[in-house]
Design a protein around this ligand. Structure first.
Ligand code: TYM
Length: 333
């Protein structure tokens, strides 16, 4: 069987280099060899405070940024979660199989709930079930994600197993595909991950060169190279540099060597990181801008993507309902 790939991204803010290096870049690779579905998960994005007035723009921005970064609608399906209602339908069926304790234990749930204690909705807690439904709906066996999504993916596997055990073999157990080492940390607080919801933490794919340089200049490093262990901020800058395709190997080797011998100037490291980012993000920024100037094309792309996605989603739901005893054996008139 042709293995299917599924992954998703939330339209909660500008797409940043953490998303790009941790996930989107591997989506671009896998679209070449697998039947791939990439989804803008707007239903996930409404589990925290958001402004309805700019949701549509956020969704279009996510589509444009992903295509600008290399997704090709001829090679994969790109679509919006709410355009395929089977996601929420399967979510409900899986909700009835999910132990409450598994949800309450989720790190991201606890983190997000603590950020907005006045509004902890059932939707926020059920978020990982919707994520499992996203994946299982397409019977995807490979899910390219960043490290922060591993706990959610584990629940998808638990639910696939539980469904198969209760109702008969239906779903493959989805496996994560990880980019080694690629957990990009917040520039202004390198103990936390780079995130759309942490202002000052990220470099967006849309940032202009001067913004990139200024943000990298302000990035937290350490108070001086004392070096028993490399400070998280310095490690993060090296990771950004090494993951960037445009960073020349000899510069990286020179900077690593300077660090080992304790004469590295962080201003030099920052300059190299900023220039590598400017170089790799410039074509993406320009392409994104061109795409956003023609929103009707983006709308056509996601309409076509949803059409392809719905064919599979519909087949899965017929099978799932049949197995769960929800479809009458007698043909309806
Ligand atoms: P989201 O929108 O937070 O992030 C999209 C992808 O980017 C990765 N990522 C990172 N990787 C490295 N370093 C970082 N600092 C960083 N920040 C984000 C994420 O791991 C992710 O792969 N719950 C998911 C969206 C989702 C999903 C799915 C993913 C919904 N349904 C089904 C896979 C399969 C999320 O919030 O991603």
């Amino acid at each position: 069987m042709n293995e299917r790939v599924f992954s998703g991204i939330q339209p909660t803010g500008l797409i940043h280099v953490g998303n790009y290096l941790g996930a989107i870049r591997s989506w671009v690779d896998v679209q070449e060899g697998y039947e791939s579905y990439f989804c803008i998960v707007d239903y996930h994005a409404i589990t925290i405070h958001y402004d309805p007035a700019d949701m549509k723009d956020r969704i279009l921005d996510a589509v444009a940024s992903n295509i600008a970064a290399g997704l090709d609608p001829e090679k994969c399906s790109i679509f919006v979660q709410s355009h395929v209602p089977e996601h929420t339908e399967l979510c409900w069926l899986l909700t009835c199989l999910t132990p409450l304790g598994n949800l309450q234990r989720m790190t991201q749930f606890k983190e997000k709930a603590s950020r907005q204690p006045e509004h902890v909705s059932a939707g926020l807690m059920n978020y990982p079930i919707l994520q499992a439904a996203d994946i299982l709906l397409y019977k995807a066996s490979i899910v390219p994600v960043g490290e922060d999504q591993l706990q959610h993916l584990e629940l998808s596997r638990v639910l696939a197993r539980k469904f198969n055990h209760t109702f008969g073999q239906t779903f493959p157990e989805p496996q994560p595909m990880l980019v080694q080492q690629a957990k990009i940390m917040a520039l202004n607080d390198p103990e936390k991950k780079m995130s759309k919801s942490l202002p000052g933490s990220y470099i967006a794919l849309s940032d202009e060169p001067e913004e990139i340089r200024a943000k990298i200049r302000r990035a937290v490093t350490d108070t001086g190279p004392s070096h028993e262990v490399m400070a998280p901020g310095v490690k993060n800058l090296f990771m950004l540099l090494e993951l960037e395709a445009f960073a020349p190997g000899d510069i990286v080797r020179y900077l690593r060597g300077a660090y080992e011998r304790r004469y590295l100037k962080y201003s030099e490291l920052k300059h190299a990181v900023a220039e590598a980012l400017v170089e790799s993000l410039t074509p993406i920024r320009e392409r994104r801008r061109e795409l956003l100037a023609r929103p009707h094309i983006l709308e056509e792309i996601v309409a076509e993507g949803a059409k392809k996605a719905r064919t599979i989603a519909h087949e899965t739901m017929v099978e799932v309902k049949e197995r769960m005893g929800l479809v009458s054996r007698h043909k309806r008139a």
